[in-house]
Design a protein around this ligand. Structure first.
Ligand SMILES: [Ca+2]
Length: 213
């Protein structure tokens, strides 16, 4: 996904710099792991290999869930489905390969850094105000009414204030970013307005709704 490209270079942790030329990107011929981007951190490759038990060079949603849950923290399967949708290879809609996995991992690292930066009270969760600030901080001025709607999905029905764990935070962030990017494609001069046909509008929005169950 080229629209997520700007996240790729910021990688996932200062302690884990990319290692260009270290050879990890060209891991082995026979195992099928030929296509990690050069400089992919060995931990990322290891995570992929650990869950790709049949050595097919691809992983499905359950395996992705397992890989991300060990690298970051537990991911809801719903979030995994959204990530699969956003990072899928057009030829392989139900599984992802090394390239997509590396891009996804790097993107998640970026979200992790945002999560930690804006979790001001260090609660390990993002509350609605922290979410608003985080989104604003990365350039998305989302109307309060929209945020409220989005967050309401994560409530437990008790009426208590909703707080988001990392996976839900990623989910919210990626939906807003994904839809905003789609809109920007039609608003090339960044005026905040765009004219689109009904068909275009529906084909922009529906994939998010479908993947997001
Ligand atoms: Ca917090």
């Amino acid at each position: 996904m080229s629209s997520y490209g700007r996240y790729h270079s910021q990688s996932y942790a200062p302690s884990a710099p990319s290692l260009p030329g270290s050879g990890y990107g060209q891991v082995s011929s026979s195992s099928g792991y030929t296509s990690f981007p050069p400089g992919t951190h060995p931990d990322v490759i290891r995570s992929f290999q650990a869950v790709d038990r049949d050595r097919s060079g691809f992983i499905d949603e359950k395996e992705l869930q397992q890989a991300l849950s060990s690298g970051f923290q537990k991911f809801d399967l719903r979030t995994i489905r959204l990530l699969m949708f956003l990072f899928k290879n057009p030829n392989e809609p139900l599984r992802i390969g090394p390239q997509e996995f590396a891009a996804l991992w790097s993107c998640l690292g970026h979200w992790r850094a945002i999560f930690e930066r804006y979790d001001k009270d260090r609660s390990g969760k993002i509350d609605p105000l922290e979410l608003r600030d985080a989104l604003y901080g990365i350039g998305y001025a989302v109307p309060a009414s929209v945020l409220q709607l989005l967050i309401s999905k994560y409530g437990d029905g008790s009426g208590r204030r909703v707080e988001l764990g990392f996976d839900s935070f990623v989910e919210c962030g990626m939906i807003l970013k994904g839809l905003t990017d789609k809109f920007k494609e039609k608003d090339t001069r960044y005026t905040g307005s765009a004219t689109l046909s009904y068909d275009t509008f529906m084909s922009m929005v529906i994939p998010f709704l479908v993947s997001y169950d």
